[in-house]
Design a protein around this ligand. Sequence first.
Ligand SMILES: [Zn+2]
Length: 263
Amino acid sequence: MNDSLLHLYELQKVDRQLDDLVESRGELPDRVNEMRAQVQDQRQQVEQIRRDVHEVESNSKKLTGDIVELREKVDRYKAQQFDVKTTREYDAITFQLEDAQRRLHTNMEAVSRMGIELEQLKMDEQQMSQDLSDMETELGEAETALSEVLANTEEQEKELLKRREELASHVQPFHMTIYNRVRPAKGGIAVVSIKNGVCGGCFNAVPRQLVLELRKGDKHAVCEYCGRIIVGEPIAIAVDGEPEPVTYDVESEEFESGEENEE
Ligand SMILES: [Zn+2]
């Protein structure tokens, strides 16, 4: 089996895992940030509506106090009307009485309006507080998930990068060059194995002659449709078939560059 291809195939696998890892991280932090902003916004809205409730309540309280005073005034003016000696005094009292009655009426209407407004505000406040509480719970869960993902992936990433370095050191520059060129253009997959005579990347048929050549795992082919590096089945089995990192003490073989490998 070709040592360089074997390592390249596993390198591809490791790079996929690294891609997945970065991808899994990429979405969660964004989502958590978005949720944090929404919670912050909701908190401000709840605070605002609580201030509104408080303001309406205190206005209503003040007006209610005024109403009590105005009622007393009205009663007093009505009593005074009976005690007046002159028409002028009567007119003056009547004027004050009517003014007090008008203000009493206006205040009572305002207090009644505020009562309705307050009821609505309190209902809204309750709903918004409930929503906030739900959002905070969800955020808490997402933050926990994020910290777990970060903790897990940090360790995993270190291991994968270390493994990648090891593998890369065994891959021939020639293979690495094709790999680096093809991978970004092909959705991160530059090396595939042949499966039932088709390219494992684009599933187009591989010419019969190449299928035979790939059988031993000592050569690679470049797919004429997708441009990916195709390796033979023995390499895929050696890498994917065993959970442990691949060991190899295969007889060294001629690389395409013609280099010799010492055992
Ligand atoms: Zn292909």
